[in-house]
Ligand binder design. Sequence first.
Ligand SMILES: Cc1cc2nc3c(=O)[nH]c(=O)nc-3n(C[C@H](O)[C@H](O)[C@H](O)COP(=O)(O)OP(=O)(O)OC[C@H]3O[C@@H](n4cnc5c(N)ncnc54)[C@H](O)[C@@H]3O)c2cc1C
Length: 649
Amino acid sequence: MGDKNRDRELGMSREITRRDFLNGISIAVGTSLLANSTWLHAFGIPESPFAPEKDPSYYPPAKTGMRGSHDGSWEVAHDLRDGKDSAWANPVDDAESYDLVVVGAGISGLAAAYFYRKFAGQQSKILLLDNHDDFGGHAKRNEFQAGQRLLLGYGGTQSIEAPGNYSKVSIGLLKELGIEPHRFFKYYDQKLFDSMHLQEGVFFDQETFGANRLVLQKGLHYFGLTFNMENVAQMPIAEAARKDLLRLQHARVDYLPELTPEQKRRKLIKTSYKDFLLEYAKVHPDVVKVLQTSTHDIYAVGIDAVSAKDCAVNGFPGFKGMTLPKSHEQNPELDEPYIFHFPDGNASIARMLVRSLVPGTLPGHTMEDIVTARANYARLDDTSSPIRIRLNSTAVRVKHVGDADPDLSVKTAKEVEVTYVRGGQAHRVRGANCILACYNMMIPYLCPEMSAKQKAALAYCVKIPLVYTNVQISNWKAFQKLGVSAVYAPGSYFTNITLDFPVSMGDYHYPSSPDESCLLHLLRTPCAPGEDCKDQYRAGRFELVSTPFETFERNVRDQLGRMLSAGGFDPARDIQAITVNRWPHGYAYEYNELFEPLDRPASERPCVTARQPFGRIKIANSDADGHAYTNTAIDQAHRAVREIVETKS
Ligand SMILES: Cc1cc2nc3c(=O)[nH]c(=O)nc-3n(C[C@H](O)[C@H](O)[C@H](O)COP(=O)(O)OP(=O)(O)OC[C@H]3O[C@@H](n4cnc5c(N)ncnc54)[C@H](O)[C@@H]3O)c2cc1C
């Protein structure tokens, strides 16, 4: 069938998705036309050459199409990287000065503002700058409308993972905001899919495995934690591979019998899981094909770039008979269920922080009422509030104000000047202190006078690219008919496809009947198997910046069509909206031990050098501790604020 016919069959020309997509653009165009609008006066808001957030229709969570690091959010930073910064040489002075300027309004930046206010007092003047059109950093909310009904999805930061492992500081913050993790036991319906006899499945695609086939599995959890594939007979792989898969899962074989437990540990750290399977467990290559992308969800690379030891800790098959030294490194998810999930993911944490920081932005008081509360973006950057959040603003320069000699200035300055670009215009503000809660690798461009050693340590962090795509479908009867709720697809464009987490809380109700419109969550982590992991991340990022929305849409339609058509799913008819959350700079780099020095103490990781205070400039963000988690983002914010407070006293 020709490409055009196939596109028609998939519904590529279907109007509603196009309209949704264009809506995203029309809002952006509409906002730029606001430049000289008169209604701003009518509301008593001073006219600004660029004030899209003041438009009553400004509401980023409802945008569909390409989101995450959306167009308009990254260009200024890339110009800075490429040395095209001459246009910002003479910034407009905003004549604003703050106690603290925070660069980055993700969970870390918002938490930094929260902690600073707690230490320094209610009247603390704080400005937060963020380059995106919405706050929250990776913790973003996606909204969809199914008739009168609101459907919520998470555009990034998914869940409060293992809250039992949170530090006193991070769990303390959640509790102060009103978040009680134990309540999710009531809100997350852990029985729903079981009660409907839905299982997990593996989808084998024609191009990789010679046939399009969905094979149901019991006990295959898509985080790979209990990677149990019993139903091997239907898999389109070699007979030897089927036997090997069962052997890996069940046999208590020690594949390195000559080594002591400690020697085994060291060996497995420096052996990829792929090499372990082929060289030591001696499996058929088809087993590798099945497992290749099983690590994508946690590591965003395949088993060629993840150590066998990490896979052993995470419960992947092949290690039942191998005794490793006792470790405190157990995956915490094995102890706590993965249920601590707001319908919009940890965007609810960001929203609760904003509600606390800036009065009038979000109504309500509880972890339940935040879920359906609508944010008023016009209030974020309001002169009446001591804390202000300025979106669509990319910081391009952060320097101490004072002596011309930068070394002296770092020691003696009483203020920091922050230059940022908003609506194409450079501005500057001053702060007594500054916290950089933005990406580590951005900081050397903001503060070129930092030492070469610190800049190299900051640049060491190569952030991990990934894409979360939310797809609204008119009903999920096909899933019910096929008996599946989550699919692992080792050879396909999207490696994991799941029905949204079944969470109902406050006024939000999960669409628990298959007749109802619901959201699907699709994961893609672009990478280049065979390379060093950092090169894989760079290749993935390159892929993302050059992949248009249309390519994602075509793959969504094609893959869902192939997987679900036997259950009556028609991509042209049943897909209602698509939001692609593209994160070229996603997870913090987590020091992949396959490629890092063996047994280096945590205190000697480059992120420790990278996060050292630089005069009045301190460094937060999850990058600062090399862990892509919300608790790390909070803990690092707390540490950065403490550094300010301790210097003061
Ligand atoms: C897809 C995805 C899923 C995740 N899932 C989970 C999960 O389930 N659980 C979990 O605990 N963690 C998860 N994480 C990790 C997540 O990164 C952290 O939990 C946390 O949200 C990070 O917060 P942060 O504030 O440190 O960084 P970010 O969220 O990255 O915020 C930093 C902000 O600074 C902005 N910025 C950068 N440079 C500049 C500049 N020059 N000027 C202005 N602004 C700038 C960035 O654009 C961003 O908005 C996930 C991450 C991703 C990408």
